[in-house]
Design a binder for this molecule. Structure first.
Ligand SMILES: Nc1ncnc2c1ncn2[C@@H]1O[C@H](COP(=O)(O)OP(=O)(O)OP(=O)(O)O)[C@@H](O)[C@H]1O
Length: 619
């Protein structure tokens, strides 16, 4: 178990090599400089020996001064070299940390939504911050000193043994028990540090959730309960940290006591040898000075090992995220794939066999088409029925289709399959006849635009938030999109117009205002296909009517699928599809479905009266 842990810790740390490569020149120079600096501490005792046996024994003051000067120069050189090592390493290792952080962030952006469903944000946050900081400290400090101190100890013992092998052996006696102890310690410490780092991630999640959910917490007077939950997690982490400190304390105590005892024994033996004139006082001083110079390298091994272990854990945690890439899971982000030359294996894996044969009749391929699409969430219970179970739907070119269904029927899930936020587990989805599974990401993004039910704004200004909806959009596109979403009025009234900061660190906007900005973001690129998840839900009746009118203009130029809960939204559409039990149960005009489907009529018996004449009129 210990051997396995050792090798796996080393294997984990070796995975840092590609990131460290750009800094390896400086790192090696830094280690070399530290080795030279450290060897100064071993040369000083040799100078002391000459000093004691020469000028001091011979009562030669000028010789003492000279010796003293030599010791001073050596000391200054040691300090200067250690300073140089820091200067050499600081910049490139900060670069390594930054590169690792960027790689993690880039990867997080590309990982499929299913991954983010599974991982808590605190766990990701702690990997991107605490773990990477630990790794920088390891590379800058622990790695160098493990090498340097290991070398110093080896060279020091060679010097001790050549000076006086009998006394040297006395000092070597604690080595075997120390090695056994270090191995035992490593195993336990590694376990504790993994637990502590995971618990720190959980704690970060709680903090993040309570900051984001502060309104709910206050609104429901839950702050005491939140505090208790936080205190419990915090106490757990404290307990683990104390266990780590206890382990380190025990190791440190033994690592300090054993060599001290050995030095004491060597001193007694050495004094006896000096009294018996078999050893000169200078040789004893040199021997003991060398032994004392080795104290720090030996003592440091304990916490250097602890740091190395924590860093191995941090590396494991970092690569758990970086290695996470289900094949084709983010097909839309899985890199460039040729258009129209068939689907890559990864993207087609798990698809319903034989679906390819069921091609639509010629002439009906344009528009958005679902063919026997099935979907099951990766983390759903194995015996749970699939959310979508053979969806067949054709949104004709230029048509607006409303998607209606009971809450939890899978409407949002269905829309999320179009931009491939999730991969369909069976069947296929085509845009103008082209299977989205074989489409390069850029093309899919250019064709399809989305506005989600939860309008998310980033910490940026209003304009930037809208412009991120399309590559290369300009100022006039922004103005048009804001006008279409009927957002131009309230944006102009903001303190700095569309340059007003919004999002977490900016001005708070109302739900309806956010929804209109999300809509502007969806339409700014004039997409061929528009997918809107209940885009009018947060608007008051007056604004809803305004946005509706604007939406009609947009919808007239695209092929759209609009999730609708209310008759007013349904009336924007040419036809309506009813999603029920994982399938499209009925398709028709609003009026037809009201008559034909009891479920639809029930769903639509909302507060707003239907306006059949307008809803049924073909555009
Ligand atoms: N990330 C997820 N992992 C597992 N199951 C999920 C996930 N998201 C949704 N579900 C489940 O899938 C089903 C469909 O959810 P979906 O959000 O698509 O429904 P909906 O029709 O859009 O509902 P609503 O009208 O309330 O917005 C629900 O049973 C839901 O619990």
């Amino acid at each position: 178990m210990t051997a396995h842990r050792d090798s796996s810790a080393v294997r984990s740390l070796l995975r840092l090599a590609p990131f460290v490569r750009p800094a390896r020149g400086r790192l090696l120079t830094g280690v070399a400089v530290a080795v030279v600096a450290s060897s100064m501490s071993l040369v000083i005792p040799l100078v002391l020996k000459q000093l004691v046996d020469g000028p001091i024994a011979g009562r030669d003051p000028s010789g003492v001064w000279l010796g003293g000067l030599a010791v001073l120069v050596l000391g200054l050189l040691e300090a200067g070299l250690f300073g140089l090592r820091r200067m050499l390493l600081a910049r490139p290792l900060a670069g390594v940390e930054a590169a690792m952080r960027s790689a993690l962030y880039r990867h997080l952006q590309r990982l499929p939504v299913a991954f983010h469903d599974r991982w808590s944000s605190g766990q990701l946050l702690s990997r991107a911050t605490t773990d990477l900081m630990l790794l920088r400290v390891f590379l800058a400090f622990a790695l160098t000193f493990l090498v340097v101190n290991g070398l110093t100890i080896a060279v020091g013992f060679v010097i001790l043994l050549t000076q006086r092998w009998t006394l040297g052996l006395v000092l070597l006696a604690p080595v075997v028990p120390l090695i056994v102890l270090c191995r035992l310690f490593e195993e336990r410490y590694a376990r504790a540090s993994r637990t502590a780092q995971d618990q720190a991630g959980d704690l970060a999640t709680v903090v993040e959730e309570s900051v984001l959910g502060i309104r709910v917490t206050k609104g429901f007077g839950r702050h005491r309960a939140q505090e208790r939950a936080f205190a419990a997690l915090s106490a757990r982490l404290r307990g683990t940290e104390l266990r780590k400190a206890g382990l380190l304390g025990t190791l440190w105590a033994v690592i300090m006591i054993l060599p001290e005892l050995a030095i004491g024994a060597a001193l007694v033996l050495g004094v006896q040898q000096v009294a018996a004139h078999t050893l000169t006082p200078g040789a004893l001083v040199a021997f003991l000075s060398t032994a004392l110079a080795l104290r720090w390298p030996v003592e440091s091994i304990g916490f250097l090992l602890a740091l190395a272990n924590e860093s191995a854990t941090a590396t494991e945690r970092y690569f758990e995220v970086l290695d996470a890439e289900a094949p084709g899971a983010d097909g839309a982000g899985a890199g460039p794939e040729p258009v129209g030359t068939g689907r890559p294996d990864a993207a087609t894996a798990g698809r319903t066999p034989g679906v390819g044969a069921a091609h639509p009749a010629p002439g009906t391929e344009r528009g958005l088409r679902f063919e026997r699409v099935t979907f099951r969430y990766p983390d759903a219970a194995p015996d749970a029925p699939p959310v979508l179970d053979g969806v067949d739907l054709h949104v004709r070119h230029g048509e607006t289709m409303a998607l209606v269904g009971a809450t939890g029927s899978g409407k949002t899930t269905l829309t999320a399959l179009i931009p491939r936020l999730y991969e369909a587990t069976g069947g296929r989805i085509t845009l103008d006849g082209q299977d989205i599974a074989g489409m390069p990401r850029e093309r899919l993004r250019a064709l399809v635009s989305m506005a989600f039910e939860e309008p998310t704004l980033f910490s940026a200004d209003v304009g930037e938030n809208v412009l991120m909806g399309a590559e290369g959009a300009h100022q006039d596109d922004l103005e048009r999109a804001l006008a279409v979403a009927r957002a131009d009025g309230f944006v102009a009234a903001l303190p700095h117009g569309h340059r007003t900061q919004v999002g977490e660190q900016g001005l708070s906007l109302s739900g309806g205002q956010r929804q209109r900005l999300a809509l502007a973001r969806a339409v700014i690129g004039r997409p061929r296909f528009l997918v809107l998840d209940d885009p009018l839900s947060a608007l008051d009746v007056h604004t809803e009517a305004l946005v509706e009118r604007a939406l009609r203009e947009v919808l007239a130029t695209t092929t759209a699928l609009v999730v609708a809960h209310r008759p007013s939204t349904v009336l924007l559409a040419d036809r309506v599809a009813l999603l029920s039990r994982g399938r499209i149960a009925a398709v028709g005009t609003h009026h037809q479905l009201l008559r034909a489907s009891e479920e639809y009529a029930r769903l639509m018996s909302g507060p707003l009266p239907a306006r059949p004449a307008e809803g049924d009129a073909p555009r």
